[in-house]
Design a protein around this ligand. Structure first.
Ligand code: HEC
Length: 293
């Protein structure tokens, strides 16, 4: 899952790794520990199975192989106020999506803090025309939610009632099934703001606190299209809605059905405990409803 990207001729693979994923402002950054390992040990560590189905997760530049992010779902992005699982960027319209594309595809040199590269490597080498990126953004925005093939039958109707009575809509608010807010992770206490949820969900804070994607938040995902999304939660820890609503995922000896972590065999998938205690019938109804969205 680890993609190698050569940045500066002559750099050691440890330096390259750190330039892509290091978090210099953390005192105990795991990426610094990995940088300092002998090459064979680092390679062996990064080559371990992480449980993710091929092609669904990869450690992007500025992301981390230690705290994965699942592939983003672009359908419906037009109506999302924030981009990335941790809400690193605002989305106020096609210009923001175009800027995001330009940044990640060509303009992000990675030069900051102690990462000073040779000046010629810090240069932006390829830059698509703004008009092309704006047109691309308009195309991406045109990808509306995919209509669900699941029927809105009696069971789904019952599930809709459970969705309302369990308070899911406070965060997954109709019609987008997200209130478009950011939820602070455990260990982060920002000042109140209209864009920040007062309620928390308590999912694993690693991506939001220990990577360069770390804003301290996870955004409330839209539930439109959960029927095909395949991997759930920001890091894709589980691969079915049944597993997401299974309370066994809170135990340390749980084997996540999605991304487990490099070399990890079992671990808890904590947080978002909503709906975990429903009866099997109610849970099946709730899931049937979610699949219609
Ligand atoms: C306090 C706000 C809040 C409430 C209440 C809430 N959720 Fe969520 N939900 C979230 C957040 C935030 C995430 C993403 C967490 C993460 O990625 O770490 C999420 C993720 C999900 C996901 C996974 C979506 C995906 O694309 O990975 C589903 C499904 C879901 N919620 C359904 C529900 C249902 C059903 C209820 C009620 C039983 C509910 N949620 C209650 C905030 C909330």
């Amino acid at each position: 899952m680890f993609r190698k990207l050569k940045l500066v001729p002559g750099w050691t693979s440890g330096q390259e790794f750190y330039a892509q994923h290091g978090v210099p402002w953390l005192a105990d950054d795991e990426h610094a520990r990995l940088r300092d390992l002998p090459d064979e040990q680092r390679s062996a560590f990064l080559a371990q199975d992480d449980g993710a189905p091929p092609g669904t997760l990869f450690a992007r530049f500025n992301g981390s192989p230690l705290y994965a992010t699942r592939m983003a779902d672009l359908r419906g992005v037009e109506q999302r106020k924030f981009l990335d699982a941790t809400g690193t960027h605002r989305n106020r319209g096609p210009a923001d999506i175009a800027r995001y594309g330009i940044l990640v595809e060509s303009a992000e040199s990675g030069v900051f803090g102690p990462h000073h590269m040779l000046p010629e490597d810090a240069r932006v080498r390829v830059r698509p025309p703004d008009e092309a990126m704006y047109a691309l953004a308009l195309y991406v925005e045109s990808l509306g939610p995919a209509p669900s093939p699941y029927p809105f039958d009696e069971r789904a109707r019952r599930g809709q009632e459970i969705f309302a009575s369990e308070g899911c809509a406070k965060c997954h608010t109709q019609p987008l099934y997200t209130n478009n807010k950011l939820v602070p992770v455990p260990g982060f206490d920002p000042p109140p703001s209209a864009e920040i949820s007062e309620r928390r969900v308590g999912t694993d804070p690693g991506l939001a606190l220990r990577t360069r994607k770390g804003t301290g938040f996870y955004k409330v995902p839209s539930l439109r299209g959960v029927w095909y999304r395949g991997l759930y939660e920001h890091d894709g820890s589980v691969n079915s809605l049944e597993d997401w609503f299974d309370p066994r995922r809170l135990s340390e000896d749980y084997v996540p059905s999605g991304w487990r972590g490099l070399g990890v065999q079992q671990r808890a998938v904590p947080g978002h405990e909503f709906g975990l205690e429903l009866s099997p019938e109610d849970k099946a109804a709730l899931i049937a409803f979610l699949r219609t969205l």
